[in-house]
Design a binder for this molecule. Structure first.
Ligand SMILES: Nc1ncnc2c1ncn2[C@@H]1O[C@H](COP(=O)(O)OP(=O)(O)OP(=O)(O)O)[C@@H](O)[C@H]1O
Ligand SMILES: [Mg+2]
Length: 507
């Protein structure tokens, strides 16, 4: 790619970017939120039309004006925000556009067979008949990767592929990436996890504000150098966790059951961060949604700050003190077409809890709130009336965080809060959660980033098979024991030192 330029209105997302991909090599693109990484990848994949610059493949000018052009040239992209059709099955999603046909009709058996063959070959298990809407983010991604392989991608683009994965899943993904590179493909991935960039890429391109600030051989660089090239200053990630006395319970779950969850018993106290570890798909999403009121529970009780909210609406729970940073910011956390401003007040627009709901928006109050939270959360505030969907992935996440963390509330449920945000912003979010704890809120932190869980949590519970498989104190959480619990292999009744193991009923 040579001299690529892309403007969005007055925003210059890419300002003359060069990128070189080599067959058999893995290339990483890094940079802060909004640096232009996704835009660059989208230009290559034909999703976005560049304003200037050239793309050459084997020295030949490649005419990439749209996605089918890119597909014809063997370029496929796995997006930062997955693009599967929720109502279609995995087999249908995977083969869409190049469906196997028999007598002119969609050959469902062949599509299923293709899915199984690809998933066996690349060790990426997916269920051919599952609907897109029922898949976890990890599974969605597996389908997207297999779809690219089905299209015989010679250039495979992965935009933050590991953001949604556990460390083990990430290792497996990089195993697949290695194998694909060994077949002579060109692989380029975007990541905020600088250690995996150093560990798994051969070449690194660093973007800042739409320009290349460094081009490095991964073997000759390290995490600190990369972070400095990204941010333009030193980044120190060192969080202090002052001692905080745990207070009253702000969340109690008593025998809570819902489809895909439970029974679960759990208490979070004021001034406490309780981490929820576990392999994705073991009930984490259901747990968070049940507390937030997005799915009804079948039995049991949920108590928030002393109030039974088991049957309450989302609004009532928010009034009772629940803040929610959902895992899927686009499906749950934001209204994409609505403005940044509207998204910053969603769910709080009806006025203060306890007071009668307002009939008109308090425009002055909204303005004051935006003036306070926009700089505090470093939301790029060129125009707060722009649709929130025009922000980069990480900046969109900041809008969710700003809305949920700007004011004190009894309970914060934070699901993957630092997913997809850059190093500096990650540090910011972790500090914000610790501040919550210090000011006497309780935090339930659901994260697939074990290091994050261990860094922040006072106690850690492990979800396995939709139940709590065990609990460890944050300070004693050694990785091996957590790993065993997460894999469901820690023998109940034979706990290691310092571990409380619960029976199947959580008792
Ligand atoms: N559709 C769009 N309309 C307007 N502006 C856009 C659009 N897409 C991206 N931008 C802007 O272009 C810039 C680069 O965005 P991009 O998504 O490429 O960043 P990124 O490096 O991928 O960031 P992140 O790490 O947060 O994903 C940002 O300022 C963003 O707001
Ligand atoms: Mg991006």
């Amino acid at each position: 790619m040579r001299g690529i330029v892309k403007n969005y209105g007055r925003v210059r997302a890419l300002d003359g970017v060069d990128l070189d991909l080599v067959p058999g090599r893995v290339h990483a693109v890094v940079g802060e939120n909004g640096a232009g990484k996704t835009t660059l990848m989208q230009v290559l994949a034909g999703h976005v039309v560049r304003d200037a610059g050239r793309i050459l493949i084997d020295g030949q000018e490649a005419a990439i004006g749209n996605v089918p052009d890119a597909h014809r040239l063997g370029i496929s992209m796995v997006h930062q925000h997955f693009m599967l059709f929720p109502s279609l099955t995995v087999a249908e999603n995977l083969t869409i556009g190049q469906e196997p046909r028999r007598l002119g009709l969609f050959d469902r058996d062949e599509a299923r067979r293709v899915v199984r063959e690809l998933s066996d070959r690349f060790g990426r298990d997916v269920e051919p008949d599952a609907r897109g809407s029922s898949l976890s983010v990890g599974a969605l991604q597996r389908v997207e990767i297999l779809r690219a392989l089905y299209r015989r991608a010679a250039i495979l683009i992965l935009d933050e592929p590991t953001a949604v994965l556990t460390p083990r899943e990430s290792d497996r993904l990089f195993g697949t990436i290695r194998a694909l590179a060994a077949e002579g493909r060109m692989i380029v991935f975007v990541s905020h996890h600088l250690d995996e960039v150093v560990g798994h890429a051969e070449q690194v391109t660093v973007l800042r504000d739409g320009r290349v600030t460094a081009r490095l051989a991964a073997a000759e660089t390290d995490v600190t150098t990369l972070a400095r090239a990204m941010v333009g200053r030193e980044v120190v990630i060192d969080l202090e966790r002052p001692v905080v006395e745990a207070g009253r319970p702000v969340l109690e779950l008593h025998g809570v059951r819902a489809p895909g969850l439970g029974p679960v018993d759990l208490v979070v106290r004021a001034g406490e961060i309780v981490g929820v570890a576990g392999v994705a798909g073991n009930g984490q999403a259901e747990l968070a949604d049940a507390i937030a009121g997005l799915i009804p529970i079948a039995s049991g009780r949920i108590v928030v700050d002393g109030r039974d909210v088991s049957g309450s609406t989302v609004a009532e729970r928010r009034a009772a003190g629940v803040c929610y940073i959902p895992e899927d910011r686009y499906r749950r956390g934001l209204a994409g077409d609505a403005s940044i401003r509207d998204n910053l007040i969603l769910g709080r627009h009806a006025g203060k809890p306890g007071e009668p709901p307002r009939r008109l928006l308090d425009l002055d109050g909204i303005r004051r709130r935006c003036e306070r939270v926009v700089p505090a959360f470093r939301i790029p505030a060129r125009n707060l009336d722009a649709p929130v969907a025009t922000l980069s992935g990480g900046n969109a996440q900041r809008v969710v965080l700003a809305r949920e963390l700007a004011d004190p509330h009894a309970l914060t449920v934070a699901a993957q809060p630092t997913r997809g945000i850059d190093v500096a912003a990650t540090e910011f979010v972790r500090r914000a959660l610790l501040d919550r704890r210090a000011t006497g809120s309780g935090v339930l932190l659901i994260s697939s980033d074990l290091e994050e869980i261990r860094m922040l949590s006072d106690r850690i519970v492990v979800l396995y098979g939709n139940r709590i498989a065990g609990e460890v104190a944050g300070s004693e959480a050694d990785e091996v024991r957590l790993g065993l619990l997460m894999a469901g292999t820690a023998a109940v009744g034979a706990p290691g030192p310092g571990m409380e193991t619960r029976g199947p009923n959580g008792g």
